[in-house]
Ligand binder design. Structure first.
Ligand SMILES: [Zn+2]
Length: 156
């Protein structure tokens, strides 16, 4: 509990500096909060605007977390706000032709080299199409569509 308090104070002292704003369509917010579960105590504001939610976090999020957010909702808009209060959109996270590497999502093909329990290879996917989202496994060529991606991410 003491550790937690220290962490909170550290976060608080930085609260006027950088922050991240995430604008996401309303229905996806519970999924988004499940991705952000480690950071959820620090979500400072959730503002509903039309059919969208805008979440404010006190820090810049990791590249992995940003990638998960975009995989969940490719239309989500992410803004970083710098220490002088300027907001700029974080783009280029999910672009056609770009590769997504790491243990963010997994190939659904049980025979894929990335699914081998003894020597699992790091998953690697190509962004084939952005909207609707389709990824392709680098190793076995299996396609994975957006609904399968959402199902995976919301289970993690
Ligand atoms: Zn595969």
């Amino acid at each position: 509990m003491t550790q937690r308090t220290n962490k909170d104070q550290r976060q608080t002292s930085k609260q006027d500096a950088r922050k991240t704003l995430i604008e996401i369509s309303g229905g996806k917010t519970p999924y988004l909060l499940s991705i952000l579960k480690d950071q959820t105590p620090y979500v400072r504001a959730t503002v509903q605007w039309k059919d969208k939610d805008v979440l404010e976090l006190p820090e810049e999020l990791s590249e992995e977390t940003l990638t998960k957010i975009k995989l969940l909702e490719p239309r989500a808009l992410i803004y970083f706000v710098s220490e002088d209060g300027k907001a700029y959109e974080k783009t280029g996270i999910l672009e056609e032709g770009k590769w997504i590497e790491g243990r963010i999502i997994y190939c659904p093909n049980k025979n894929c080299v990335t699914a081998q329990p003894k020597e699992p290879t790091r998953p690697k996917f190509k962004v084939v199409k952005k909207d609707p989202l389709i990824l392709q496994c680098y190793y076995c060529g299996r396609y994975i569509d957006h609904s399968a991606i959402v199902a995976q991410i919301s289970q993690l």
